[in-house]
Structures are given as structure tokens and as C-alpha cells.
Design a binder for this molecule. Structure first.
Ligand code: GRF
Length: 206
């Protein structure tokens, strides 16, 4: 089994990224966080990458105004670090078509609800938990799915169910879901690394 070389994409805090890094450092997950790409030069994710001495790149429409050039340059970076799995962890931009095509079937995203419920454009962060509470759901959860050209529509790889408590607020629910995300992303990556969850083969990345 080929060792996972993960290219992480994150826009904000990067707590999921940190959970993945920690699991690799502790030997729980047999993978290498190879590079971080962030569209936000002030993101917590970049700070974390600096501390962890993981290479990182600020890549956005301000660094690369031409979307095609941005897409190609991101792909070059991923290839130069021999990335064989892309992990989106709170990445607020869409990947370009060239990167999507090259890594088809090997790009994961985590979403803080049980998709297809409460997903799609504009459904991120607090908006998701607000919608869950408004819909008076008994349960919510986490979805890890493959990424395609739309928001939150790719094949579902794994889901984890989390009960909604009677006195939950957006904050309490959001905290519980995020805490579980950290465990669940790692658990799912372990299953991918061991072959228990099968993605398309890294050899298909040419
Ligand atoms: C998580 O809730 C994730 O589900 C969503 O964005 C948030 C990222 O949090 N896609 P962090 O940056 O990993 O702390």
C-alpha cells in the first residue's frame, strides 16, 4: 500500500488539519502531511504549518489573478510534493478544473452535517448548525465525501451521526461537531490508508 502523501487545503483555523498532523506524528495514521495550500495568508492553518515545519503556499486570486494560472500552479505544487491525496479541511474556495481532473476520486472534503441535508452553497460554519436547529433535527453529524465541481455533492465516503440535544445552541452543537470531526477525519484516513475504504488508485494520477 502506497503511503498517503496528503495535500491539505484550508482557509481558516486549521483545527482539522492539526488533528491530521498530530495523528501522523503519533504514528496513529501512516501518512505524510506533505504541503498546505491556503487562500488566506492570515489563516490559522498557515500559522500551524509554520510551527509544524510543513511547507505551505498562499495561493489565491490576489497572488494569481488568472484562475487558469492559479489552477495550474496549484497542480504543479501538489505534484512537486508527490501528493497522492487531497484533503480539504475548511477550504472555502472551489478547486480548479485541471486539479479536479488530475486528482479525480482522490479529493476529500469534510462537511459538518449529514449530507445531503444542510449542504450546498452558503452552507458552512454556523449556518449549517443554525439550519439543523431550525429544522428541529434529532440528529446531525459529519460527512466525508469526494469532491467534484459542485459544492457538497460528491460521493459520500463516510458519515458519523451526532445527537442534537434539547438545549443545544449553535455554539454548543458546533463545538461538539467540530470535536468529532477531528477524530472522524483521522479515523477515515486510517481506513483509506489501510485499504478498508478504497478510493481510486494513486497510480491513476498521471
Ligand atoms: C469544519 O467545520 C469543516 O467541517 C468545515 O470547515 C470547518 C473547518 O474548521 N468544512 P477548521 O479550519 O478545521 O478548524
Amino acid at each position: 500500500m502506497e503511503v498517503l502523501r496528503i495535500g491539505i487545503f484550508a482557509s481558516h483555523g486549521g483545527s482539522n488539519m492539526q488533528a491530521i498532523i498530530d495523528a501522523c506524528k503519533e504514528g496513529e495514521l501512516d501518512a505524510k502531511p506533505a504541503v498546505l495550500i491556503s487562500n488566506n495568508s492570515k489563516s490559522g492553518a498557515i500559522e500551524r504549518a509554520q510551527k509544524e515545519e510543513i511547507p505551505y503556499y498562499h495561493m489565491s486570486s490576489s497572488t494569481h489573478p488568472d484562475p487558469d494560472n492559479l489552477d495550474r500552479t496549484i497542480l504543479e505544487i501538489l505534484e512537486s510534493y508527490e501528493v497522492n491525496l487531497i484533503v480539504l479541511a475548511g477550504y472555502m474556495k472551489k478547486l480548479g478544473p485541471i486539479t479536479l481532473r488530475r486528482y479525480k476520486g482522490r479529493i476529500l472534503n469534510i462537511h459538518p452535517s449529514l449530507l445531503p441535508k444542510h449542504g450546498g452553497k452558503g452552507m458552512y460554519g454556523e449556518h449549517v448548525h443554525e439550519a439543523v436547529l431550525k429544522a428541529k433535527e434529532d440528529v446531525t453529524g459529519i460527512t466525508i465525501h469526494l469532491v467534484d465541481e459542485n459544492y457538497d455533492t460528491g460521493d459520500i465516503i463516510a458519515q458519523s451521526v451526532i445527537p442534537v440535544l434539547e438545549d443545544d445552541t449553535v455554539e454548543t452543537l458546533g463545538r461538539r461537531v467540530l470535536h468529532r470531526e477531528h477524530e472522524f477525519y483521522v479515523e477515515t484516513l486510517i481506513k483509506i490508508s489501510s485499504g478498508e475504504i478504497r478510493l481510486s488508485s494513486p497510480a491513476d494520477i498521471t
